[in-house]
Write a protein that binds this ligand. Structure first.
Ligand code: BES
Ligand code: MN
Ligand code: ZN
Length: 498
């Protein structure tokens, strides 16, 4: 499905392909590309002079190359903004933008030219990620393929003069990361009838085959044996049994600690349960396992890249349905940690299953925790789709997660965890309630999770706004985004910094 990507070392004019992508910086003279304007019949110079093409991020201009010495059939100028600022992020986005355009233009072979003062390996990796992200087109559930743009078969990354082996290695890393995001997008796009908790567990097993990551699937009996009353309380209303997906990356010779524990919300469909959601937009709740998808696919990349740090992944997978045996508002559940919870709203189910999963990650020896969840509509109100919400403690750990997000090109923004939010969760009946009233909904949800993280360094990423793109943008197709898969891999690969 994704194009074959490789790094090549060639003169730009000699690259033969359907579409040659040339990134253009602000105040860029294109002096290194002698003969390009001539080959384009003067169109490159004209578009720049008339400002039909401006070298800003997301801008794209395509024209034919007919005359002159250039081998490519067409050239596409993509804007990169000012040289030296956010270079990798802009390259990744420009490559995704260009690949989406390439498909629409029916280009089957593409080349992306690396230019300017950017490190060749980092650039090649970012471009490869962008190429894979921009190639994503999820047509698995369509039988009528009339509008399908043909896929791009090959993309060469042209790095004149760079060391081929190093660039090739960077391309492999970029491919692994881009694939991780795309596989997570497929999982989250899959409809709830096809991606049940059992199917999700099967898919996780298949995605992790041949990566060296050990997968164990706990069924409802094993979950009960662990005493996970919070997860079982959410699953009760459904005819589909829950699963707990447990993944272990244990590189030979790795030190006993640190152990990174990744926890992802895996609600394969969230109807709200007895506290039923309104019908409008409920279909989007098939993506309520996007956090779990990010964790599964991050584990796949962590194994595939052979990272040297121990990592445990835990995904509690369940539906949230209003069946006759469903948990009711006012019910009290007991988690595996022994903590009792008064369920005031059955639609606040994510924090319940994550409570048991965080406890289990600690049981299994995690020394540093991150959970990823489409947790609250309140986080979407606070940050929109511009960033994922980041909570946690201590600050050093939260900072490490934020920096990993920046490197991966996935924005996260720090949110507070004041004691006040924990107080909003005080229950008359049990140790805590599962909702904290109308105010600060994203923060009270985080305060709930904190109880289960205890004193282990922990970060919580609320991706309710960022997991789904509601319209297609230049470089991003409509639908699941796969967000945080790459950030988690970045974090795992930087254990020396935390
Ligand atoms: N899965 C939802 C959160 C959500 C909302 C994700 C919108 C993506 C878009 C979560 O389980 C939920 O229902 N949260 C409730 C919590 C409330 C009952 C305290 C919410 O945000 O409304
Ligand atoms: Mn819910
Ligand atoms: Zn939910």
């Amino acid at each position: 499905m994704e194009p074959a990507v490789r790094g090549i070392s060639a003169a730009p004019s000699e690259v033969s392909c359907d579409l040659l992508i040339v990134p253009v910086f602000e105040d860029d003279s294109l002096a290194d590309l002698a003969g390009l304007d001539e080959a384009a019949g003067g169109e490159v110079g004209r578009a720049r002079a008339s400002r039909e093409f401006r070298p800003k991020p997301n801008e794209l201009f395509v024209t034919r190359l007919a005359g002159g010495q250039w081998q490519a059939a067409r050239v596409g100028l993509v804007g990169l903004g000012a040289a030296g600022t956010d270079g990798e992020a802009h390259l990744r986005a420009a490559a995704a933008r260009a690949l989406r355009a390439a498909r629409q233009q029916r280009a089957q072979t593409v080349a992306f030219l690396l230019r300017g003062a950017i490190d060749a390996e980092r650039a090649a990796r970012a471009v490869t990620e962008g190429v894979l992200l921009g190639s994503f087109d999820d047509r698995r559930f369509k039988t009528d393929d009339e509008d399908a743009a043909p896929r791009v078969l090959r993309c060469d990354i042209v790095c004149p003069g760079a060391a081929a082996a190093e660039v090739q290695r960077a391309v492999e890393v970029g491919r692994t990361l881009g694939e991780a995001s795309n596989r997570a997008r497929e999982l989250a796009n899959a409809p709830g009838n096809l991606l049940t908790p059992r199917a999700f567990a099967d898919q996780a097993r298949a995605l992790l085959a041949d990566t060296g990551v050990a997968v164990e699937i706990l069924d409802e009996t094993a979950i009960e044996r662990l005493g996970m009353g919070l997860l079982l309380g959410v699953a009760r209303g459904s005819a589909e049994p829950p699963r707990l997906i447990v993944m272990r990356h244990e590189p030979p010779g790795a030190p006993a600690s640190p152990v990174l524990g990744l926890v992802g919300k895996g609600v394969t469909f969230d109807s709200g349960g007895v506290s039923l959601k309104p019908a409008d937009g409920m279909e989007w709740m098939k993506d309520d396992m996007a956090g779990g998808a990010a964790v599964v696919c991050a584990m796949r990349a962590i194994g595939g890249l052979g990272l040297g740090t121990r990592v445990i992944g835990i995904v509690p997978a369940t539906e949230n349905m209003p069946g006759g045996r469903a948990t009711k508002p006012g019910d009290v559940l007991t988690g595996a940690s022994g903590t009792t919870v008064e369920v005031v709203n059955t639609d606040a189910e994510g924090r319940l299953i994550l409570g048991d999963a965080l406890w289990y990650a600690r049981e299994l020896g995690a020394t540093h925790l991150v959970d990823v969840a489409t947790l609250t509509g309140a986080c979407v109100v606070a940050l929109g789709k511009a960033a994922s919400g980041l909570f946690g403690q201590p600050q050093s750990w939260v900072g490490a997660v934020q920096r990993a997000g920046e490197r991966a090109g996935e924005r996260v923004w720090p949110m507070p965890l004041y004691e006040d939010y924990r107080e909003q969760l005080r229950s008359e009946t049990a140790d805590l309630m599962n909702i904290g009233g109308r105010e600060a909904g994203a923060c009270t949800a985080a305060a709930f999770l904190r109880v289960f993280a205890g004193d282990t360094p922990w970060a919580h990423l609320d991706i309710a706004g960022t997991a789904w793109a509601s319209d297609s943008r230049a470089g991003q197709a409509k639908g699941a985004t796969g967000v945080m898969a790459r950030t988690l891999v970045e974090l795992a690969s930087a254990s020396e910094s935390w």
